[in-house]
Ligand binder design. Structure first.
Ligand SMILES: NC(=O)c1ccc[n+]([C@@H]2O[C@H](COP(=O)([O-])OP(=O)(O)OC[C@H]3O[C@@H](n4cnc5c(N)ncnc54)[C@H](OP(=O)(O)O)[C@@H]3O)[C@@H](O)[C@H]2O)c1
Length: 184
């Protein structure tokens, strides 16, 4: 099972309360394209702010959360979430945040689709949530880092850690396909 992170940040800021710190419709459109038809895993705080995501299987991880969120499943551990993901037989699972969730599985990631939002688009920073140093360090230890898309609002990159460029390329191609890009 390949584990891919799919998230957006701006100078390592990823959240404000249980919301995103920006409103960028084209970023949301990309998120929908990449995660459509996929099994996605998120932390409890992210699940609380998540709208219903049709065409995705959403698994929230929490020791406390009852199933009053829009998640399809709530489990206590990442391993349990992977077991459910495996039953869908897709070969890929996408971890969509938030910060604590990404921190706890940073060492397990095979790849990531990372969107860097231009800082001038930040509009909400009431209760800021930042990526952790551990996750930022992980991003710096890349074996493969390719810009997929650049707009006036953001840059989307594929990041891989396989250490094997052929395998990296398979995941990179998979993510390009999801975004409707041809890739290199
Ligand atoms: N920019 C983006 O792409 C993006 C994506 C997603 C979320 N966000 C933002 O990120 C913020 C939320 O992030 P956050 O760090 O506060 O919370 P989070 O990671 O969404 O959730 C943290 C909680 O999830 C549970 N949890 C996480 N990892 C676990 C693990 N490995 N095992 C067991 N339980 C685990 C724990 O809940 P319990 O205490 O219930 O056990 C933990 O307190 C929000 O502002 C949201 O909008 C941004």
């Amino acid at each position: 099972m390949k584990i891919i992170a799919v998230m957006a940040h701006s100078l390592s800021l990823i959240g404000s309360g249980n919301e995103l710190p920006w409103g960028v419709p084209s970023d949301l459109a990309n998120f929908k394209k990449v995660t459509r038809g996929e099994v996605v895993i998120c932390g409890a705080n992210t699940a609380k702010g998540l709208p219903k995501l049709p065409n995705r299987y959403v698994i929230a991880i929490s020791n406390k959360l009852d199933n009053t969120t829009n998640a399809d499943f709530v489990v206590k551990t990442f391993e349990e979430a992977l077991e459910i993901a495996e039953s869908y037989n897709k070969g890929v699972v996408m971890v969509i945040g938030g910060s604590k969730m990404l921190d706890s599985i940073a060492d397990k990631l095979d790849g990531a689709v990372i969107t860097e939002i231009k800082p001038e688009l930040i509009t909400k920073v009431d209760k800021p949530v930042y990526l952790t140093n551990k996750f930022m360090q992980k991003l710096l230890q890349t074996s493969c880092d390719v810009v997929m898309m650049q707009t006036d609002e953001f840059v989307v990159s594929y990041v891989g850690w396989q250490g094997d460029m052929d395998k990296d390329y398979l995941l990179y191609s998979y993510c390009c396909d999801k975004l409707g890009l041809e890739g290199i």
